[in-house]
Design a binder for this molecule. Sequence first.
Ligand code: NAD
Length: 314
Amino acid sequence: MNCLVTGAAGFIGSRLCQRLLKTGYDVVGVDSFTDYYPRWIKEKNLEPLKKEKNFKFVEKDINELELKNTLKNMDCVFHHAAQAGVRASWGKGFSVYSRNNIEATQKLLEASRDSRIKKFIYASSSSVYGFSPELPMSETSPLFPFSPYGVTKLAGEHLCLLYHKNYGTPAVSLRFFTVYGPGQRPDMAFHKFFKSIAEDKEISIFGDGNQTRDFTYIDDIIDANMASLEKGNAGEIYNIGGGNRNKLKDIFPILEEICGKKIKVRHQDKQRGDVLHTFARIDKAQRDLDYSPRIHLQDGLKEEWTWIQNLYYP
Ligand code: NAD
C-alpha cells in the first residue's frame, strides 16, 4: 500500500507516518514548512522518518504540487496539512487559513477524482462544533463554528462530502478533539505549560480555568486514522475524542505532580474564538472503527513532559 500524508512534518502527520511505516506501508510525506512555528521543531519530527527506506519526503506546498502525478500510484491519502490554531485566524491571517485549509483541500480532492485511491482521510476538528448547544457533541449535533479557523475546517469537511456524493471520492472525516502528547505544537496549552514550568516561569491561561476540554492522546488519534483505512465508511464523519473532559484548572495539580514543581498561574483575558467546552460522543467511532481511547491523561502528560525536556534541554 502506498500512502500520501500531507502535513508530514507536523505534530500529528509525522507520528502517523511513523505508524504507517512500522505497519509496512510505503509513505510519501508532503509538507511546505509553513512558518506558524519554528522549522527546527518540524525537522526534529522528520528525523526518524528520514532514516526509513520506505519514506519519501517532498517539501512543497500542496497548492503548487503536481497533484495528479503525486497521486498516480497512491492507495490512500491522509490529508493533515492545514493552518492550525484558532487565535491567529482573525484579521489578515485569514487568507493563510483559506489557502491552506480550503483551497489546498479542494485541489487535493479534485486530483483524487482520477486516481485509484481507496480512502481519503481528512483531519477535521472539534472546532466545527463551536458553541454547540449539545454536550457531549455528537456527529449530528448542530454546527456553529466560533472562529474563522473552525469555518475553514468545516468547509474542508463539506468539500470532502460533496466530492464523495458527486464523484464517489472515498472520503472520511475525523473530528479530532484537542490532541496532546509528544510532538504537540508549541502554540498549544500543554506544550506552553511544560516549557514554562521547565524554565521556572509562571504559566498563562486564558480565562478563569473553568473551561473544559476533551483531551485526546496522540497515539489514540493515530489508532483512529489507521482504523479508518479499513473500516471508515466513505462519506462519514467520526468524532475522535479522549472519552473524558477535564477542567483546565484541574490539570494543574497533575502537572505539579509530574514535574515535581509548584506552578504559578497568571490569568489573561479570554481569547476571541475560544469555546468554553468541548466533549465528544465517540460511540459512532467505537461502533464502526473499534475506536477506544487507551491512554489516560496523567500517563499521556508524562510522555509529553519527557519529550519537552528532550526537545529543549537535551
Ligand atoms: P501542525 O501545524 O503541526 O501540522 C500541519 C503541517 O501542515 C505543518 O507542518 C505545515 O507546515 C503543513 N502545511 C500547512 N499548509 C500546507 C500546505 N498548503 N502544503 C503543504 N504543507 C502544509 O498541526 P497538527 O496539530 O499536526 O494538525 C494536523 C491536522 O489535524 C490539521 O489539519 C489540524 O487542523 C487537525 N487538527 C489538529 C488538532 C490538534 O489538537 N492538534 C485538533 C483538531 C484538528
